[in-house]
Structure formats: C-alpha cells, structure tokens
Design a protein around this ligand. Structure first.
Ligand SMILES: [Zn+2]
Length: 131
C-alpha cells in the first residue's frame, strides 16, 4: 500500500530507519524534503518546507483519508480472532489432556471429554481457516 503511494512521487529514497524521502509534490522541491513513513494504521507525511498534508495529498491526486489503511482493520480483526481462538484451543486441549490422564472416567466425564474434543476440533478448523 505504501508502494502505491511512493509510485506517485519522484526521487524516492529509502532511509535506513525504514522511512522514505522524496520530492514534495506540493512545492517546487529541488531536493527531496518530504519524509514519508508508515505504521500499521496509516502513512505519515512531513514536508520540511512546511506544506500541509492536504496539499501534498491533493498534488498526487489523493485524499487524506487515502493515507489510512482500510484493509488493515480487517487484517487486525482476523489476527485478534486468531489469537482468541488459539488461547481457547490451548485451554480446551489442557482440559482434554486432564481427562485423558485421569484414567477411568464416569459417563458424565466421558460426555464432557467428547464435547471438549468436538470443541477442539472446531477451534482447530477455525484457526486453520484464518492462517
Ligand atoms: Zn512541500
């Protein structure tokens, strides 16, 4: 996503800290004075000549909201779900192990073990679909 933004700029150079410098499209920029960086949420822009983010976006045919990664929230949701499922799967697995190590089980316990196995199977399937 940051690549498609960088494609719109000239004289893009990556710095060793992961940020980029490029010619600012919003003013007559002899040497690159626009700093670009990105985190998980958005692309950040800073023109050392003082151009506003609105002007910079406008100059490359974008809107400020385009700097935010929409897909990222979807990605985070999946990641968060995956974490939750993994934690539960671990718990359920622990319970299954406990029942299995207990040796002789009552009918009620057998039932519970079966339920937990089903749950574990279901969780694993969900986790696999998210990975
Ligand atoms: Zn500028």
């Amino acid at each position: 996503m940051i690549d498609s933004f960088l494609d719109r700029l000239e004289k893009v150079k990556q710095l060793h800290n992961g940020k980029y410098m490029a010619r600012c499209p919003a003013h007559e920029d002899g040497r690159p004075s626009l700093m670009i960086s990105a985190n998980q949420v958005k692309i950040s822009l800073h023109c050392f000549a003082g151009c506003s983010i609105d002007d910079i976006c406008l100059s490359v045919g974008m809107q400020v909201k385009d700097l935010y990664f929409d897909n990222q929230s979807e990605f985070d949701k999946d990641k968060w779900r995956l974490e939750k499922l993994s934690v539960e799967a671990k718990e359920v697995h622990g319970i299954i192990m406990m029942y299995e190590q207990a040796g002789k089980l009552t009918d009620k316990e057998q039932d519970k073990l079966l339920q937990h196995r089903k749950r574990f199977y279901y969780l694993q399937k969900q986790i696999r679909s998210l990975m």
